[in-house]
Design a protein around this ligand. Sequence first.
Ligand SMILES: NC(=O)c1ccc[n+]([C@@H]2O[C@H](COP(=O)([O-])OP(=O)(O)OC[C@H]3O[C@@H](n4cnc5c(N)ncnc54)[C@H](O)[C@@H]3O)[C@@H](O)[C@H]2O)c1
Length: 236
Amino acid sequence: MVGFFNIFEACRHCESLEHLVYASSSSVYGSNKKVPYSTDDKVDNPVSLYAATKKSNELMAHAYSKLYNIPSTGLRFFTVYGPAGRPDMAYFGFTNKLVKGETIKIFNYGNCKRDFTYVDDIVEGIVRVMKKAPDKKNGEDRLPIPPYAVYNIGNQNPENLQDFVQILSEELIRAKILPEDYDFEAHKELVPMQSDDVPVTYADTSALERDFGYKPRTSLRDGLRNFAEWYAEFYK
Ligand SMILES: NC(=O)c1ccc[n+]([C@@H]2O[C@H](COP(=O)([O-])OP(=O)(O)OC[C@H]3O[C@@H](n4cnc5c(N)ncnc54)[C@H](O)[C@@H]3O)[C@@H](O)[C@H]2O)c1
């Protein structure tokens, strides 16, 4: 949060700033019941402090866009995964545990769904968005309309966590990270939901497609295969 605020404070002094693109998150949708999540949905019921900070970023971006006519675009990423990912994310932590022969915990008794998005698709989306800032224009009152936009970047295809870990285990075996006879079922524990978690994330990416002719498409099988191959090489 502090870092984000500093960026905007710095930005307002650089008149040549063409476009500020920043990371928001699917977490802003909180426990939204309506799916898929659209950027038109209300997002004022965060269920974690993290989500509240991401929503605050969007609000500050709007204020700065309005006050200083700074073009800004927020991208709500949906559960990013892939090679060289964050070790604290579930798929990475699961892999580390399975390699050590430990049991993995799957929340909400395996009934969570996530709109997993492969990292290369995120990068492609960011690059396209960076090149096209929201237009600067004036309203009827002749004052600038904030050149401000927010988009979802997700796969628009939520996957059940149980299916996700099943594919992950198959790909870890294929990459020879786990042995062929690995008893995956014996290393899986279904546990209750966490209080700061949501049962489903599901991106409506129609605005991204409309404005940039793009939506993420990498299948879970392909994405997790790339992750497993990277992991095998990186940790060999
Ligand atoms: N990974 C996801 O699934 C996901 C989903 C939604 C949103 N996001 C958002 O995307 C952004 C990047 O997430 P990530 O998963 O790549 O995390 P990450 O931890 O891999 O990357 C964050 C990067 O920011 C750098 N950083 C942290 N504080 C900094 C500071 N004060 N100044 C300069 N650099 C700093 C870190 O060194 C790191 O390289 C975050 O804003 C995160 O909230 C990520």
